[in-house]
Design a protein around this ligand. Structure first.
Ligand SMILES: Cc1cc2nc3c(=O)[nH]c(=O)nc-3n(C[C@H](O)[C@H](O)[C@H](O)COP(=O)(O)OP(=O)(O)OC[C@H]3O[C@@H](n4cnc5c(N)ncnc54)[C@H](O)[C@@H]3O)c2cc1C
Length: 464
């Protein structure tokens, strides 16, 4: 038997440590988890209700997280951070979502992704280093602005954004349809095409943009769930910024995506969906063991149907958690426990080697949370349908899992297509011609239509 999980002075009312994979954590990480659970109890959980009801950005929760040093969770100790690894990061996000506030967990996910993108290229950039050293002291919330209005969930294809070299720095423009914490974050990592991109959308660059350089419209934000995450529009309108705001070399965007932004987003968002699943199972345990039916003298938890629901939800969720922690461990192993100094060699990209595993992790967690939220609502009956129990909010929050880019439709296609046709077939930037399709379509044309097409193509070639 493991030790008791506490909720302040009392035993925790949900699932105890017997159902948590505590063995993946070090003692220090377990101690951090305990402090964080308590912070959720005293602060984050109550604020979640306000964030959801009033669309309030969870700034107060970020101040609380900063008090535990969590904004600099992955920042090297030498720079004042906690120097923690991927496993600990997954635990922190899961804990915030489970016991505290799912909106905060999502904003924190984006913060962690932005910090990772900055740390990846901070070794020779004093501006990034200075920012990383002040995250907790000054409560500097970061986020990622990638999605483009023209390309939706294909966030790696920023058609409406760009940058040009100017005297002493860069002029950057960015239009984003969705940016978590937009208008509330203190700093943003934005992805644009590179200054010299010449029509090649795989040539991407990243910039550090500060709060006073963006235009956001928080008053327009509304959504089914994660309502505190304030994922509104964002614009950087041809802002001139110094040289040091370029994160990494020109053209480093795709590498930054594959090595930091994607792996950290997929890891942390999956931990968030698992945390939401667990949060609902906890509530369902408390409710079904307390609610009695006077006619048969039984509690809801005494019905085998309800036991089956909870049993399956725990098994599926722990399967998904196991996958998250397996991959967190894998990334810890290949990065010397998230040691950022390995990237002084700009070609080192060990996380990118397991990116296709991270796609599977996110697919699994987002699919699971949708199923678990349905079943836990069923288990709690009509009472679960009302906001007071908390299931209803978690159910709405969890719905974001499937639709957030990379969406689950896209991920399962990535996996299936690369298994069947190879990784090159993914063609993120729409650059390789599908000859098979082309020739098949041509077969359908008669001679005159072919000639007409040939004339058009020749004219185009001449123009070029
Ligand atoms: C709560 C929340 C927070 C967010 N936060 C951020 C953020 O911080 N930063 C950021 O950059 N973005 C963020 N996003 C944006 C997100 O990543 C997506 O870009 C956004 O949800 C896309 O919405 P859309 O309506 O354009 O979907 P579309 O891209 O139009 O998708 C519509 C449908 O088409 C499907 N589809 C798309 N492509 C394919 C394909 N190739 N094959 C099969 N089906 C396909 C999709 O799966 C979906 O079912 C956030 C989104 C949400 C919901």
């Amino acid at each position: 038997m493991s030790k008791s999980k506490m909720w302040g002075p009392e035993a925790f009312w949900g699932l105890g440590y017997d159902w948590d994979p505590q063995w993946v954590l070090t003692r220090d990480q377990e101690a951090l988890q305990e402090k964080l659970i308590d912070l959720c109890r005293t602060t984050l959980r109550d604020n979640a209700v306000e964030s959801d009801r009033e669309l309030v950005f969870p700034r107060k929760n970020f101040e609380a997280l900063a008090s535990l040093g969590l904004l600099g969770l992955n920042v090297p100790r030498a720079w004042g951070g906690l120097g923690e690894d991927h496993t600990c990061t997954a635990m922190v996000v899961e804990t915030i979502a489970r016991y505290g506030c799912a909106s905060t967990a999502m904003c924190y996910t984006m913060h962690v992704g932005a910090v990772a993108a900055a740390l990846f290229r901070a070794h020779d950039n004093a501006t990034l280093q200075d920012l990383m050293k002040r995250l907790d002291r000054d409560v500097l919330v970061g986020t990622l602005s990638y999605s483009d209005p023209e390309t939706g969930s294909h966030f790696w294809y920023p058609i409406s954004s760009g940058a040009e070299r100017v005297d002493g720095g860069w002029k950057v423009r960015k239009k984003a349809s969705w940016t978590t914490s937009a208008g509330f974050a203190d700093w943003y990592i934005v992805q644009t095409t590179s200054p010299d991109f010449g029509g090649d959308y795989s040539n991407l660059s990243c910039f550090l943009v500060m709060a006073d350089e963006v235009k956001a419209e928080p008053s327009l934000w509304d959504g089914l769930g994660l309502r505190g995450n304030q994922s509104g529009t964002l614009e950087v309108d041809n802002v001139t910024m110094p040289e040091s705001r370029l994160v990494g070399p020109v053209g480093d965007g795709a590498n930054s995506n594959d090595e930091t932004v994607d792996p950290f987003f997929l890891l942390c968002s999956s931990a968030c969906w698992n945390g939401i699943s667990l949060g609902m199972i906890d509530i369902a345990r408390r409710h079904t063991t307390a609610r009695r039916h006077a006619d048969v003298g039984m509690r809801v938890a005494d019905y085998p149907t309800i036991q089956d629901y909870v049993g399956e939800a725990v098994i599926d969720t722990n399967t998904s958690r196991s996958f998250v922690y397996l991959m967190a461990r894998a990334m810890d192993d290949v990065t010397n426990q998230c040691d950022w100094s390995i990237h002084e060699d700009l070609s080192r990209m060990p996380r990118a080697d397991v990116l296709h595993w991270m796609w599977q992790v996110k697919f699994t967690a987002a699919k699971n949370v949708a199923n678990v939220s349905d079943k836990m609502l069923h288990a709690c009956g009509g009472t679960g349908y009302k906001p007071d129990l908390g299931i209803e909010r978690y159910l709405r929050d969890g719905k974001a899992g499937w639709v957030m880019g990379p969406t689950n439709e896209v991920l399962r296609q990535f996996v299936g297509k690369s298994v069947l046709l190879g990784f090159d077939s993914l063609d993120y930037w729409n650059q390789s011609v599908n000859e098979r399709l082309l020739r098949n379509e041509l077969k359908k044309m008669d001679g005159e239509s072919k000639k007409e097409l040939a004339r058009e193509l020749l004219a185009e070639t001449d123009e070029g």
